[in-house]
Structures are given as C-alpha cells and as structure tokens.
Write a protein that binds this ligand. Structure first.
Ligand code: NAD
Length: 264
C-alpha cells in the first residue's frame, strides 16, 4: 500500500529519541504521505527530536509540556495558523516517579498519583479538547496504553491505574466526538525497551516473560506499533472508535504461562 495518509496533517507528541513508540508511528505516517508536526518536552530533548523531525521533512517542531496549559495552547495556535486544520494526533506520553514503579502499588503517594494521572491520562483529554476544534473534516486520535491497565503486573503500579483511566477516557471521548466523525482509539503495546520503560522496575524480566509466554514467542517492535498506528490514523479504520487495539504478539489472550516457556 502507498499514500494511505496522503494529504493528511498530523501532530506527533511524545518522541524522545529514535526508540520512542511515537517515532515508530511517525516514521510510518511520513512514509505514507502524511505531513507532520512534532512536539518535544524541554530543550534537552529538542536536540534529539529536531533531527528526527527534519528527516521526515517536518518544519513544525514545537516545545510542549502537557502540565502547562499555555504551552499546549501555543502548539494549537501555531497549527491553526500554519495548517488551519488537523487530521490526526498521536499522544505517546506518560510519567511516574521511578521510585513508585517498584514495590507495592498500595504505597503510592498522593503527589505522585496526581501527577501520574495528570500527565499520563488527563493530558490526552486536554489535547483532544484543542484538537477537536481543528478537526473540521473529522479526524483520528490515538494514544498508547499497556496491559497493566487490565491486569496486575509487577512494578507497573500507579501507571496501571493511569492507563485504566486513559482507556476509559478513550471510550468517553469516542462517544463525545463520534458525531463529528472524530475517532478515538488506543494501542496497547507489548513491552518495548524505551526511555520511559527503563524507569519500570525489573523491565528486563517483563521483556523476557512476554517473549517466552506470548503466542508468537517474541516481543514487538516500534515498527509494528507504527503499522497498527497507520491503520488507526488512516481511513482503513473508518468504522473503528473507542477501541483498545493490542499489538503485543498476542500476550493478552493467554490465561497461563506457556507450557514450553523456558524457566526465568
Ligand atoms: P519514551 O520515553 O520514548 O516516550 C515517553 C514520552 O513522554 C517522552 O517523549 C517524554 O518527553 C514524554 N513526556 C513525559 N512527560 C511529559 C510532559 N509533562 N509533557 C510532555 N511530554 C512528556 O517512551 P515510550 O515507551 O515510547 O512511551 C510512549 C507511550 O507508550 C507512553 O504512554 C507509554 O506508557 C506507552 N507504552 C510504552 C510501552 C513500552 O514498553 N515502552 C508499552 C506500552 C505502552
């Protein structure tokens, strides 16, 4: 297939480097003809994001911290002036204090709970509010979730609670925005070694466990998440909204560990 996103304009939020899931989706979207804008969080990341964005011919590369309303407003003001409309947005943003991604969930502090839910869940709603205004021809919004929203996984803790809230917010926004032909979906990606993932306690164990116990017997790549992103961002999924699409080598269907999995 070719040109799946030709003529479409999309905003990519959450690239930190070339291992980021957001980059996996952006590279595929650019390959399929989309015109892209990128946001980065803070100057330190600009050095990484700018060359990546420029490599796919993007000239809209803006700072955005999702805890700061005015920085989000600024992004959408620029997009409105530059493009006048928006067809899709990718939200690949999450945060929790590392100290709380280990040990027991029950020990989570109010401060980190509030911050994690704000950045990892509310920010998608805050972005959707602004994106809606530019999606005059309909659109597609995609966020990233993880299986820790559905089941208890070691160390995922407050992030699991945030992802559960995020997935619920996908359903509520799908309902709210459906009449405008704006679709809202999430991708539940299997574990991938990224900057954010390195903050999760014992992440190597999680990677191995998924590799050994998923039906396909391997982990997924950001390119594979990118391909699923293409489907959700493009008209191929024109009848799909409110969905949580698993890209995890099938891990989520398993009821027990695989009988042939090596010991860990
Ligand atoms: P990553 O570190 O490459 O990306 C996380 C991004 O969140 C970074 O670009 C960071 O700048 C951004 N971010 C954090 N706080 C922010 C703030 N206040 N304002 C703006 N941006 C902020 O890691 P990733 O794994 O690609 O993460 C992307 C998404 O995918 C996250 O939602 C993550 O939970 C989700 N996810 C990751 C995995 C995995 O195993 N890596 C699996 C499933 C879901």
């Amino acid at each position: 297939f070719k040109g799946l996103l030709s003529g479409k304009k999309g905003l990519i939020m959450g690239v930190a480097n070339n291992r980021s899931i957001a980059w996996g989706i952006a590279a595929k979207a650019a390959e399929q003809g989309a015109e892209l804008a990128f946001t980065y969080q803070g100057e330190a990341l600009e050095k990484r994001v700018r060359p990546l964005a420029e490599s796919v011919d993007s000239d809209v590369i803006l700072p955005c911290d999702v805890t700061d309303e005015s920085s989000m407003d600024e992004v959408f003001k620029t997009l409105e002036a530059k493009w006048g409309k928006l067809d899709f947005v990718v939200h690949a943003i999450a945060y929790s204090d590392k100290e709380e991604l280990t040990g027991r969930y029950v020990d989570t502090s109010r401060e980190n709970f509030t911050r994690s839910l704000d950045i990892s869940c509310y920010s998608f709603t805050a972005i959707a509010q602004r994106a809606e205004k530019l999606m005059s021809d309909g659109g597609s919004m995609v966020t990233l979730s993880y299986y820790g929203a559905e089941k208890v996984l070691p160390h995922y803790n407050v992030m699991g609670v945030a992802k559960a809230a995020l997935e619920a917010s996908v359903r509520y926004m799908a309902r709210d925005l459906g009449p405008k032909n704006i679709r809202v979906n999430s991708i539940s990606a299997g574990p991938i070694k990224t900057l954010a993932a390195s903050g999760i306690g014992d992440f190597r164990f999680i990677l191995k466990w998924n590799e050994y116990n998923s039906p396909m017997g391997r982990n997924v790549t950001i390119e594979e998440v990118g391909n699923a992103g293409l489907y959700l961002l493009s008209d191929l999924s024109s009848g799909v909204t409110g969905e949580n699409h698993h890209v995890d080598s099938g891990y989520h269907i398993m009821g027990m560990k695989r009988e042939d999995a090596p010991a860990l």
